[in-house]
Design a protein around this ligand. Structure first.
Ligand SMILES: [Zn+2]
Length: 142
């Protein structure tokens, strides 16, 4: 199987993660529901058991979105000094959306990058070998 260039990899990871589609064929769906990874790809049969992003999505969501938003909210409080009820209608929904909305694309990116970079954890080598032996309809070509 030919290795694709790093920038091609990144574009592929971003695309399949953002759309929540299969990192191998790019057609099937990665998610069974909002944040639940499907057992396998409906198009090419990729087994998603390799996917183990664990707390990654929550961690990245916190770092990328929640911390900057917290600074924004604190700035809003210091600069404008709004009454507390204003925060109920501005800061609270903003923080909720800011923490929840990025979870799915981030999870998709982590799973896609696990597949593309073949991130291995101890004990999954056999599963990986099996997955790549049956990878005939590979999106990257052989
Ligand atoms: Zn697929």
């Amino acid at each position: 199987m030919a290795e694709i260039k790093d920038d091609g990899k990144l574009a592929w990871i971003l695309r399949s993660g953002w759309k929540g589609c299969c990192p191998r064929c790019g057609k099937g769906r990665m998610f069974a529901s909002w944040l639940k990874i499907a057992p396998e790809c409906g198009e090419c049969g990729l087994d998603y058991r390799f996917a183990s992003p664990d707390d990654g999505p929550a961690f990245f969501s916190l770092c990328i979105v929640a911390f900057p938003l917290t600074f924004l909210v604190v700035w809003f409080q210091v600069a404008v000094e709004p009454p507390m009820w204003v925060h109920l209608f501005t800061s609270v929904p903003l923080m909720m959306a800011g923490c929840l909305l990025p979870l799915r694309p981030i999870k998709g990116w982590l799973v896609a990058s696990q597949y593309v970079n073949r991130a291995q954890e101890a004990g999954t080598e056999k599963l990986w070998a099996r997955l790549h032996n049956q990878a005939s309809g590979n999106a990257f070509g052989d």
